[in-house]
Design a protein around this ligand. Structure first.
Ligand code: NAP
Length: 392
């Protein structure tokens, strides 16, 4: 069968298409003919040979990947034969050498999810299903931690990545105002197209006062049917001022940050009312470091931290160690050393699949032909993807 393997750690080119023997399902297992394979930023770190939590490095050679969708080709001893021929998706587990970048994959039957029908009555696309099985489940889990309400003013970093669009859609559906931050107009356009046509009325006490007519030119406009979303290209100079203009006098109350570093830190400063309202007109927020705000006014605000795609921590989190900015904001960790242990993930997978099946979440995928796994990794590392990256 076809599989993507690497025999050494290194650049994307170490990923090569090879022929390896078909696996055979043992007791309690099934063999899946896979047609969609999830790709993670974490896969790129492992490929480079960067050990660290949450996964150790695999022994080599290895077949990366932990998420697959396809059709059950064969069942092993003790498995209900009615699985044969069914469309399924599965997460192979928190292991570094998951074996997911392979066209035939053995999976424990208990990990299978039957792919549900989508909003049009046809089975959910396997790539969309696989986006829900790992990334979607993380979105559900993180949204539970965040507890978005209609009164929230939400900022999302990396809003056009795998997780970001799900946070944006769900926050809008909850009635919150949302400032979505991503790098580049093309990404923002795709994000805009994902936003639900029909959004709920917002409760009268929600702080909907975005001065959209004052937005600088670097911001795309708000969406039809909703004045609650502002898209900001944070690869543009002055983006922080654009975001501040979108917020108006009210600071953000909730930041979703999976990027960390300077971008995550700057985005979090949008929760600082003191900084928002006192920065002199001749000094842009981009100039003012969050440290300049001697009186931080962030009580009641929460930062939900679920990653550091930039490679550096958000300085409002304890990941930053000694360099941490002390503030009264509540940091809620979904991942990382200060996060609570992850509960059983299966219910979160089921809820994520249900979100896509009902059409409540529109799923964005960046699809790359299976044989071009190296390209998928390179594009992910170079921030040239939008949505969940899937090998097909
Ligand atoms: N997906 C999951 O299941 C999962 C689970 C646990 C934790 N996480 C963490 O959550 C974060 C987001 O995950 P995701 O699946 O949405 O990732 P993703 O699809 O790779 O998106 C991450 C986004 O971060 C931004 N970014 C900023 N600096 C970057 C850099 N140096 N390299 C790559 N991307 C960079 C990119 O958007 P811009 O170019 O627009 O800034 C990119 O779209 C990551 O830190 C990830 O480790 C994800």
């Amino acid at each position: 069968m076809d599989a993507i393997r690497h025999h050494s750690f290194g650049p994307p080119e170490v990923l090569t298409l090879e022929q390896i023997p078909d696996p055979v399902p043992g007791p309690g297992e099934v063999l899946v003919d896979a047609v969609a394979h999830g790709v993670h930023l974490l896969d790129t770190s492992i490929r480079r040979g960067e050990a660290g939590p949450p996964l150790p490095l695999p022994s080599l050679p290895t077949v990366p990947g932990r998420e697959i969708a396809g059709t059950v080709a064969e069942v092993g001893p003790g498995v209900d034969a009615s699985w044969t021929g069914r469309r399924v998706a599965a997460h192979l587990g928190a292991v570094p050498d998951g074996g997911g970048y392979a066209r035939r994959v053995v999976v424990a039957a208990e990990k299978l999810h039957a792919i549900p029908d989508g909003p049009d009555g046809a089975p959910l696309d396997p790539a969309d299903a696989i986006a829900m099985i790992g990334t979607g489940r993380m979105a559900v889990y993180t949204l539970d931690i965040a507890a978005v309400t209609a009164a929230d003013v939400v900022v999302v970093t990396g809003a056009a990545g795998g997780l970001g669009p799900l946070f944006v859609q769900e926050a809008l559906r909850s009635g919150a105002r949302v400032v979505a931050l991503a790098g580049g107009a093309a990404k923002l356009k795709i994000l805009q197209d994902l936003v639900p046509d029909a959004l709920p009325d917002v409760s009268p006490d929600a702080p909907i006062d975005a001065p959209t007519d004052t937005l600088p030119a670097t911001s795309t406009d708000t969406l039809s049917g909703s004045d609650r979303l502002t898209l900001v290209d944070y690869s543009e100079p002055g983006w922080l001022d654009t975001a501040r203009a979108a917020l108006g006098p009210s600071p953000a109350t909730l930041v979703f940050d999976g990027v960390g570093g300077e971008l995550g830190t700057a985005a979090t400063s949008l929760m600082d009312a003191a900084l928002l309202n006192t920065t002199p007109p001749d000094k842009t927020l981009s100039d003012a470091t969050a440290q300049d705000a001697t009186v931080l006014d962030m009580a009641g605000s929460r930062l939900v931290a679920y990653g550091w795609a930039s490679g550096a921590p958000n300085r409002y989190t304890s990941w930053a160690g000694a360099d941490r900015i002390e503030s009264p904001i509540e940091v809620r960790y979904a991942v990382g050393p200060d996060a609570p242990p992850m509960p059983d993930q299966r219910p979160y997978q089921e809820r994520a699949l249900a979100q896509a099946a009902s059409g409540r979440w529109r799923v964005a995928t960046h699809r790359v032909p299976f044989a071009e796994a190296a390209r998928a990794h390179r594009e992910l590392e170079e921030r040239r993807t939008t949505g969940k990256v899937v090998l097909v």
